[in-house]
Design a protein around this ligand. Structure first.
Ligand SMILES: [Zn+2]
Length: 286
């Protein structure tokens, strides 16, 4: 969970000073941290960059005096100290500052699953289908919409028990096949699924691995995903309100039984959706 330490930094450069707040400088792999900026007349905040990835600094969705950037850390990132570069313009002149962070090992558990071999050893046709579907969703996740649709806190898509947490290393039929990329909610077939926040449907279709799948764009690089559905009530392009019933849970795609797989992406990076919601609700949208 998020430690409640808030790092506040005051930068004085030239005649101007600005304030930034970092929710947590220590972040586990697969989690997200947040940097907030107070708007200043002569400063134009642009982006944070880490390695070769850039994270835009956006207008705060509900506070017009602030800006913010989410910094998602990949599940595959190794523990290390990292330098994040803040790029901004001061009276029109480009400038940079270095922010220090530290990636900590999330120490995720391992789980072993037995699934139908037909879904593990794919035939050529299924392999091609799955690859095309992955390409399609990566294009969606890497599309960063500057506008935010968010007006209030996120909610969980349902209130049932969590049966599998984000990040567990997954071993299918004795072969390591990545990690659990979302949070599983216990859900018998046809349990209503709520939209976690306001947004736009960017995908609503049946997919090989994830079955009946809906992806919502909440704007500013934040996406939530709802998989293995038995019924989808919405279509791509539709605007969605928080808590709207977007469909019913099921057991479609590669599953061992009925449940809702709920996941999230931030600036293209897959992150723990529950930690993201907690971070957004308790820090950004408080
Ligand atoms: Zn899952």
């Amino acid at each position: 969970m998020i430690k409640s330490i808030l790092f506040s930094l005051l930068f004085v450069s030239g005649l101007n000073a600005f304030n930034i707040e970092i929710v947590n400088t220590t972040v586990q792999n697969g989690k997200t941290t947040l940097v907030e900026f107070e708007k200043e007349k002569n400063i134009a905040f642009i982006e944070l960059s880490l390695d070769d990835k850039k994270y835009k600094i956006f207008n705060h969705p509900t506070n017009d005096k602030k800006m913010y950037a989410l910094l998602p850390i990949s599940y595959y990132a190794k523990p290390r100290d990292i330098n994040v570069t803040l790029t901004y313009r001061e009276n029109g002149t480009p400038a940079v500052k270095t922010l220090l962070f530290n990636i900590e090992d999330g120490n995720y558990e391992k789980e072993t699953l037995k699934v139908d071999n037909a879904k593990v050893d794919l035939n050529a046709k299924d392999k091609k289908r799955a690859a095309l579907e992955t390409k399609e969703t990566l294009k969606i996740y890497n599309t960063i919409n500057k506008k935010s649709y968010i007006k209030s806190e996120f909610i969980f898509p349902m209130s049932s028990k969590i049966t599998s947490a984000f990040g567990r290393a997954r071993v299918y039929n004795e072969t390591l096949k990545g990690y659990h990329s979302g949070t599983d909610f216990r859900a018998k077939v046809k349990t209503p699924i709520k939209a976690s926040n306001d947004g736009v449907v960017v995908l609503a279709k049946d997919r090989f691995y994830s079955g009946g799948s809906i992806i919502l764009d909440h704007g500013q690089g934040i996406y939530t995903c709802y998989f293995h559905m038995s019924q989808m009530n919405v279509k791509a392009g539709e605007k969605i309100k928080k808590a709207q019933i977007i469909g019913l849970s099921g057991k479609s795609g590669r599953v061992t039984g009925p449940h809702l797989h709920f996941s999230a992406r931030v600036n293209g990076v897959q992150v723990d959706p529950m930690q993201l919601i907690s971070l957004m609700n308790t820090k950004l949208l408080k």
